[in-house]
Design a protein around this ligand. Structure first.
Ligand code: CTP
Ligand code: MG
Length: 240
């Protein structure tokens, strides 16, 4: 089977508050997504990378010039949710000749600290697996559930047992022929659609148990305003 990367890059970045889609905000000299694509481009096991943009996107070409080519496709089929963007991207992969038994590695454009060796670790751990898996990290902090309704002034309702809890990262690696129906099925059920915030959750909804592969603390998703300065500091120390 071949291995394809799919990069959802169609969000608006509301929480980041950088005045535009965060994937195009500069970090250490280039746009967030340019770092992400450079890391994926260094993974020799990947046959091609498909980037999913919003139909209204006006910035990708300027920030990732020359990306399209033999190993890069850009499609403007982003949807209202991340899951929709990914599902639409999978249709585009099929249209380009990908087969159901091929692997798809979905990776957030906003996780720009990705290193090729982490992707290789995931592929090695999952390529013989029945289901597939994801990069993730055991939770280190004590977990609190908050009382409902208190966004600015939250209070603790309970402490949640953190044993055997992992925080999910990306890439998440599944067979195209399993992931596409999993996402399409989940999206057709409004309850489920609101709860699938990654690929694995859609796969789990079908009763499967994705493999948890140790990721890295630095593989965080740029989400909040302060994340950009942290990412810049980390990138300054990594000669890619
Ligand atoms: N994404 C996407 N299509 C959407 C929503 C998100 O392709 N409809 C992508 C984002 O561009 C990002 C990744 O999915 O690379 C992870 O999503 P998230 O961090 O939530 O990004 P945003 O949705 O852009 O940010 P926010 O939720 O703060 O608005
Ligand atoms: Mg979002």
């Amino acid at each position: 089977p071949r291995c394809f990367a799919v990069v959802p890059c169609a969000g608006i970045g509301e929480r980041a508050g950088v005045g535009g889609p965060k994937q195009y905000h500069p970090v250490a000299g280039k746009a967030v997504v340019a770092h992400t694509l450079a890391a994926l481009g260094a993974v020799s096991r990947l046959d091609a990378t498909l980037v999913v943009l919003s139909p209204q996107d006006t910035q990708f070409e300027q920030h990732a010039p020359g990306f399209e080519g033999e190993r890069g496709w850009v499609v403007r089929v982003g949807g209202a949710s991340r899951a929709e963007s990914v599902a639409n991207g999978l249709d585009e992969l099929l249209a380009r000749g990908a087969q159901p038994h091929d692997w798809v590695l979905v990776h957030d454009a906003a996780r720009c600290l990705l290193r090729p060796e982490w992707v290789e670790r995931l592929i090695l751990a999952c390529e013989e697996d029945e289901v597939g898996g994801l990069l993730a990290l055991p939770v280190a902090d004590t977990l609190k559930a908050a009382l409902p309704g208190g966004d600015g002034e939250a209070r603790v309702a309970a402490t949640v047992d953190r044993a055997a809890k992992w925080a999910a990262q990306t890439p998440q690696m599944f067979r195209l022929g399993l992931l596409r129906p999993a996402l399409v099925g989940a999206l057709s059920d409004p309850d489920l659609a609101a709860r699938i915030t990654d690929e694995a959750s859609a796969i789990e909804a079908l009763g499967h148990q994705p493999r948890l592969v140790p990721g890295d603390f630095e593989n965080f998703k740029l989400t909040w305003p302060g994340d950009f300065a942290l990412a810049a500091r980390l990138l300054a120390t990594v000669p890619l």
